[in-house]
Write a protein that binds this ligand. Structure first.
Ligand SMILES: NC(=O)c1ccc[n+]([C@@H]2O[C@H](COP(=O)([O-])OP(=O)(O)OC[C@H]3O[C@@H](n4cnc5c(N)ncnc54)[C@H](O)[C@@H]3O)[C@@H](O)[C@H]2O)c1
Ligand SMILES: O=C(O)[C@H](O)COP(=O)(O)O
Length: 534
């Protein structure tokens, strides 16, 4: 039975989904760090929001962990590199709280403009002061959005409906996406200089850490208002406090904080109660968003534990589930070719792997296929847990390089996948195809054959000579090993040849030695004689 830890608050609907799938759930929001570190090794899956810090210290103790589900968008609390090295799938649920974050941002903009929070607080303190809480209109003002993604673009649309002029900075967005919503993309500095409101909607990255600091506040209008519903560390809090202190800007609305939870001792912004409004990281906290992210996270954890790929993976290439289902035969084909190759030549020191894709397979995202191949090659060789997440990392660590390419498919077959293994001893190739009747090997080391891609095989590489087939046939016959199919491919008369036999039972080591001795007696220059079962 799988065990999943839910270490932050999620909606009950998510827990119900996990339990209905037969998973043992430990629901422990707010558990202390020590408890987490002591128990994390027991779990197959974890669902977190933004409060649980899954850094290297925690993940290196998570020996059984297969999947981390982030019920929400930002995943800066999860050390993706360590998760990847350790073969742990990580996904988020990036669309579930978008609208809530958008609406919260709009609420912050309006509240900041009209002093709603401050006036409310004053009234609760029995103070009626209409003059003090006079506001400004947003109509006709310029809103500068930093990060025009899911949330930023929707904030833009709603602000336009209020009659605001919206400009944005987003170096990673295709300009046509901004054009579609009538938002000019401008250089960062220009957005800061021109805006009356500056709203952050960037993820937390090395580049966006303190994206607003002293230098940036210095070039803003003195009437500018800053809104942060993205990540606390996007703003240098001390610099914002200094800018407010010197009246360099007019105000700020802050939902996310450098240190959470906010306390009087850790946040200088609390002393600007007339010009700063703060919420306790509420952007994604609505009934709807919580249901969305909790349900999706739970469904995805169940799905990943049952060997499916997550829909929004953060450490493997993304593949739409429909596409994944259609591509499954090719993922299976390349995996089977990898298994074949690993059993055939995996005992040699691998230097390079290549995968070539021909025909209709090329309509799919090839990355998951290539990763499946790398995994299938390494899995039988290494003791470590290898999966799609860490396959490339493990290959790199072992100095194995990888090449993926698309090839012209000129034959009658609708699809071909060719895999090439270069080792310190030699180079080997296999090509296969997927047909409605099953998977076939169509080429070994460049020699044409046609074999089902499952069962037990003997492969012999030798120099074409009369007598080889008869000799092997009679040795196997005497040992009562039935040959189901025998095929021989050769480059030319007397040239390199390959014989593959599909057999019904495993030959003993003595039989294999006998075959080798007999072929040596025929002087056939045997380069390879392998039994393998796939
Ligand atoms: N307050 C909340 O509760 C709450 C809720 C949801 C999301 N968030 C935060 O909001 C962030 C954005 O969410 P989203 O769904 O819109 O993500 P998204 O990925 O759709 O959009 C982020 C945008 O930022 C842009 N970007 C990245 N680096 C940038 C840079 N240096 N300068 C300018 N733009 C840059 C990206 O190109 C992208 O378009 C999340 O990462 C999360 O941290 C907060
Ligand atoms: O990135 C997010 O999804 C938001 O910041 C919400 O975070 P939370 O799940 O901790 O509310």
């Amino acid at each position: 039975m799988y065990k999943v830890l839910v270490s932050d608050n999620i909606a009950q609907k998510g827990i119900d989904i996990l339990e209905a799938a037969g998973i043992e759930v430990d629901f422990k929001p707010g558990q202390n760090r020590e408890e987490l570190l002591n128990s994390i090794g027991n779990y197959d899956g974890i669902i977190v929001r933004s409060m649980t810090i899954l850094n290297a210290e925690a993940l290196n103790k998570a020996k059984n962990l297969k999947v981390i589900g982030r019920a929400g968008t930002g995943y800066d609390n999860i050390d993706l590199d360590t998760a990847t090295k350790n073969g742990i799938f990580v996904f988020n649920t990036p669309t579930g709280n978008t609208i809530s974050a958008v609406e919260h941002t709009l609420g912050m903009i309006l509240s900041l403009s009209r002093n709603i929070a401050q006036a409310n607080q004053a009234l609760h303190n029995d103070i009626w002061d209409r003059k003090k809480y006079m506001g400004v209109e947003v109509k006709g003002k310029t809103l500068g959005i930093i990060g025009l993604g899911r949330i930023g673009s929707r904030v833009a649309k709603r602000a336009q409906a209020f009659g605001m002029k919206v400009i944005a900075n987003d170096p990673y967005l295709a300009p046509k996406n901004a054009e579609k919503i009538n938002v000019p993309l401008l250089p960062f500095k220009e957005v800061l200089e021109k805006s009356d409101y500056i709203s952050l909607h960037t993820p937390l990255t090395d580049e966006t850490y303190h994206i607003l600091s002293h230098k940036e506040f210095a070039i803003m209008k003195e009437t500018a208002r800053v809104i942060n519903c993205a990540r606390g560390q996007n703003i240098d809090t001390e610099a914002l406090a200094a800018a407010l202190e010197k009246n360099k800007i007019a105000g700020a609305a802050i939902d996310v904080h450098e240190e959470e939870p906010v306390k009087a001792t850790n946040n200088p912004l609390l002393s600007f109660e007339d010009r700063v409004i703060m919420t306790c990281h509420l952007g994604g906290t609505t009934t709807e968003a919580m249901d969305n992210v909790s349900i999706t996270a739970a469904e995805e954890v169940v799905s990943v534990l049952h060997s499916n790929l997550p829909e929004s993976p953060l450490n493997i290439p993304a593949m739409d589930p429909n596409e994944f289902n259609r591509a499954k035969p090719y993922i299976n084909l390349v995996t089977k070719l990898g298994n074949f190759m690993a059993k055939w030549k995996g005992n040699e020191r691998i230097v390079n792997l290549e995968v070539e894709y021909g025909g209709e397979v090329n309509q799919y995202n090839l990355k998951p296929m290539t990763l499946s191949f790398v995994k299938s090659i390494l899995e039988p060789i290494l003791d470590d847990r290898i999966n799609l997440v860490n396959a490339m990392h493990v290959a790199n660590e072992r100095g194995i390089s990888l090449k993926e390419s698309q090839i012209q498919n000129e034959g009658e077959l609708k699809n071909i996948i060719k895999v090439v293994l270069k080792t310190e001893q030699g180079e080997y190739s296999l090509a296969g195809t997927y047909l409605p009747i099953g998977f076939r090997v169509i080429e070994i080391n460049g020699l044409r054959i046609d074999l089902e891609l499952s069962g037990e095989f003997i492969i012999v590489s030798y120099q074409d000579k009369p007598g080889v087939i008869g000799k092997i046939g009679s040795i196997l016959g005497e040992a009562e090993i039935n040959i189901a199919i025998m095929q021989v491919g050769r480059k030319s008369f007397g040239g390199d040849a390959i014989m593959t036999m599909q057999i019904d039972s495993k030959p003993s080591a003595e039989i294999m030695t006998k075959i080798k001795q007999n072929l040596d007696d025929l002087d056939t220059n045997v380069k390879d004689l392998t039994y393998l079962k796939i």
